[in-house]
Ligand binder design. Structure first.
Ligand SMILES: NC(=O)CC[C@H](N)C(=O)O
Length: 426
């Protein structure tokens, strides 16, 4: 539904000819109000306003009453908070959120609606969305639909009008918690609590549920506004095999923009098949869940490192850490947001980065010869690794941003350089 507000402004200048047609001084503001077919159910279109019809029951026994949007039903997941100020659509489509409810600390969500160019994967894998306030209006020239309709279509539950600050403080204090979201009155609080306490996310392989089924080629690049460093973008073609553990599209787009031909392969694609393709480099992507629960992926990484240059991002970094002999551990509440300061220990610079992870590599568990290249400055956790001997680099965070600042984008060019050097020395 579109609402047109016509605002008849008075002439700004008294000397304007009185004959000036009024039409020219009428400005029309197009305010696209995203009232969907569910308007009445949502209570946006009429009074009285919608009242609480959903519950979020956390495993610590707390019960949060809220209003639902998107899908209805009952869903269990791990609640994590994300501090990004923008980019809820990229967050919703980041496959690394599989099994999790994302609670946005930014209180106002939905104002830019849904924009098809902003998708980071073809699906939403997250468990649900928890927000303070759902925007009544959408305002973006690319917007095709309101957030509530999109979530309903994709069968993803959302709740709003819930005290996200109080839940965030609880998560910061007690660590991430399992929760159950429900719109079903037939389920008692105790049943939902029991469900949250029985559900486990640690030790579960979540990447096989989000990876592609068969290899495919990727060619799409990021658009020109990303190329703030044109001079160093290589015109050369490198063939990169990208392991899809739940890859975000912008990783592939940035590689394509840097001159890579990309073959995306499923998470269980044998290392021997990859090596047969004789790629110039291999990328291990981001992905959901516990990195210690996917030993087959660690084996794949082990078989590849040392043979071709590799770059690991987030889950990929954690798999590389394990393949090198290190261990991962679960953090208290992880890092999720677009404002995490990272110290680049190689050049002494600070990068403000996009992050999304609940696990980290324990640097003390790594063998000599592996260099910690980056640290998260909020808690000193390991944020990057390198081993020049093995032509290997990895980052715990997201150089492709989307959403988030572009400070870490040079990492893609470092990977290009790694491949270039390996080619020259071959
Ligand atoms: N974005 C990612 O790859 C996340 C990695 C892993 N699932 C974690 O939570 O730590």
């Amino acid at each position: 539904m579109a609402l047109y507000i016509t605002c008849k402004t008075l002439p700004f200048c008294q000397s304007q000819p009185a004959t000036s047609p009024l039409k020219s001084r009428v400005s029309t503001i197009r305010c696209s109000v995203s009232l969907s077919s569910e308007d009445v159910a949502l209570g946006f279109g009429e009074r009285p306003w919608k009242t609480a019809d959903a519950r979020l029951v956390l495993e610590d026994g707390s019960i949060w009453r809220a209003k639902s949007f998107g899908a209805s039903g009952t869903q269990v997941g791990e609640v994590v908070f994300n501090t990004s100020m923008t980019g809820y659509q990229e967050i919703l489509t980041d496959p690394s959120y599989a099994g999790q409810f994302v609670l946005m600390t930014n209180p106002h969500i939905g104002n830019t609606g849904i924009n098809p160019e902003d998708e980071e994967s073809n699906q939403c894998f997250l468990g649900g969305l928890v927000i303070r306030s759902l925007s009544l209006c959408t305002s973006n020239w690319r917007c095709t639909k309101p957030l509530a309709d999109y979530l309903a279509e994709r069968n993803i539950m959302g709740i709003y009008d819930v005290d996200t600050r109080a839940i965030t403080r609880r998560l910061r204090q007690d660590g991430s918690l399992i929760g159950v979201l429900s719109t079903e009155d037939s389920k008692t609080d105790d049943e939902l609590l029991e469900m949250s306490r029985r559900w486990k996310i640690v030790g579960v392989d979540l990447i096989s549920g989000v990876s592609c089924e068969a290899p495919y080629e990727w060619a799409e690049k990021t658009n020109s506004e990303w190329e703030f460093n044109k001079d160093v973008i290589s015109g050369e073609k490198f063939h990169v095999v990208a392991y899809d553990f739940g890859t975000k599209h912008n990783i592939l787009r940035r590689l394509a923009s840097c001159g890579c031909r990309i073959t995306v392969v499923p998470s269980k694609w044998p290392a021997s098949e990859t090596l047969k393709m004789q790629p110039d480099g291999v990328l291990f992507s981001n992905g959901p869940g516990d990195p210690a629960a996917v030993p087959y992926a660690v084996e794949t990484v082990k078989e590849i490192i040392g043979k071709v240059p590799v770059f690991g991002i987030c889950m990929g970094h954690q798999l590389i850490g394990q393949a090198l002999g290190g261990k991962t551990f679960k953090m208290k509440f992880g890092h999720h947001g677009g404002n995490h300061p990272v110290g680049n220990l190689r050049n002494g610079c600070v990068e403000i980065s996009a992050q999304n992870h609940n696990y980290a590599v324990d640097p003390a568990s790594l063998p000599p010869g592996v260099e910690v290249t980056h640290v998260n400055l909020n808690d000193n956790s390991c944020a990057g690794l390198a081993c020049p001997e093995l032509k290997l680099m990895s980052l715990q965070y997201h150089p492709e941003s989307s959403p988030g600042p572009h400070d870490s984008d040079p990492a893609f060019r470092e990977f290009i350089q790694l491949m270039k050097d390996a080619k020259q020395n071959a």
